[in-house]
Design a binder for this molecule. Structure first.
Ligand SMILES: NC(=O)c1ccc[n+]([C@@H]2O[C@H](COP(=O)([O-])OP(=O)(O)OC[C@H]3O[C@@H](n4cnc5c(N)ncnc54)[C@H](OP(=O)(O)O)[C@@H]3O)[C@@H](O)[C@H]2O)c1
Length: 293
């Protein structure tokens, strides 16, 4: 597809970097060039020639969002700013592609279907749910709801590889269950949805506008199990001790509540012809690349 019609917002984040690699001709900006919380800047931005906004920007500090300053920042970026992008998308007949999270749910149901009612436990989750509602009112939108994102940036796999290199035997939470989502999987899904939409007449589109769950496929496991898979692949003969979320965070004030069940039902996206990759295959590729650096 013609990537010069695409604009990537939040281009320096984990997903933003992966989107830039996929769409090298796309226009892009991070907060230093376009602060999406600034309604005037969004309205006065040069949108000429653009048809698709890929919003990879977000306030993603889940625990930071529980502080008085973080609460305001999370709502500004994850809700107000998304409404700013939505307004301009509607006005200029652009498609808005937005990223949501399993944190909009309380994690009591598994797997999560796209239409599960919102039940956020944390400020971050509530602010993201508000953003989803704003986007869902648009005529042309895709919301990709995802979980446990791994790409270029600070993330769980990199943290565990660092511990492994230092020979540390970690204690890891074993009661939060889900699947990793590599940014490559998110980019593939976005490209799939946009390609099916833009290559076919609207009536024949395979993937109508709406909300789609996207994570890697494969078995649903705990963070402790993922750590074991990381250490095995990296060749670290270390021991991972299971703990519970409550034990892990005991005595640490200001920690946001986390959903215990994060697995997303992928059948809607797969029903459009998308072939999901197993998280263990992408983890293996990711670790090979990390260890060769
Ligand atoms: N990471 C996960 O595990 C996870 C899980 C589920 C869903 N998600 C969702 O997936 C999406 C991508 O996440 P990610 O991990 O790639 O996030 P990320 O690495 O934190 O990147 C977010 C980017 O947005 C930028 N940004 C923040 N405020 C902005 C503003 N006002 N205007 C413009 N840009 C702004 C950030 O800049 P600064 O760094 O300068 O603030 C950063 O470059 C987000 O919607 C997130 O909610 C993530």
């Amino acid at each position: 597809m013609d990537s010069s019609k695409i604009f990537i917002v939040g281009a320096k984040g984990q997903l933003g970097l992966a989107l830039q690699a996929q769409y090298p001709d796309a226009k892009n900006a991070d907060i230093d060039e376009l602060d999406i919380t600034d309604q005037n800047s969004v309205e006065n931005f040069d949108w000429s020639g653009l048809e698709i906004i890929l919003n990879a920007a977000a306030y993603t500090n889940v625990d930071g969002a529980e502080t008085p300053e973080g609460r305001v920042a999370a709502w500004r970026v994850n809700a107000d700013a998304v409404a700013n992008l939505g307004a301009v998308a509607a006005q200029k007949d652009m498609t808005l592609v937005h990223i949501s999270t399993d944190y909009v749910f309380d994690g009591t149901q598994s797997p999560h279907p796209e239409n599960e009612p919102f039940s956020p436990l944390s400020v971050y989750g509530a602010s993201k749910a508000a953003g989803d509602i704003a986007v869902s009112l648009l005529p042309k939108f895709y919301i990709l709801r995802t979980s446990w994102v791994i790409g270029e940036g600070k993330n769980f796999v990199r943290t565990m590889l660092e511990l492994g290199k230092k020979g540390i035997n970690p204690t890891v939470v074993a009661d939060q269950i889900g699947r990793l989502t590599f940014t490559s999987e998110l980019v593939n899904a976005i490209d799939h949805l946009l390609t099916t939409t833009y290559n076919l007449p609207p009536t024949g589109a395979l993937a109508p506008y709406g909300t789609y769950n996207v994570s890697n496929d494969g078995d649903s496991v705990s963070w402790a199990e993922i750590t074991r898979a990381i250490f095995k692949q990296a060749g670290y003969g270390l021991t991972v001790t299971d703990t519970t979320t409550d034990e892990y965070y005991a005595g640490k004030p200001g920690i946001a509540p986390r959903p215990l069940q994060s697995t997303l039902d992928l059948s809607k996206l797969q029903g459009t012809g998308f072939a999901s990759r197993d998280w263990r295959d992408d983890l293996s590729d990711y670790i090979k690349k990390e260890l060769s650096l």
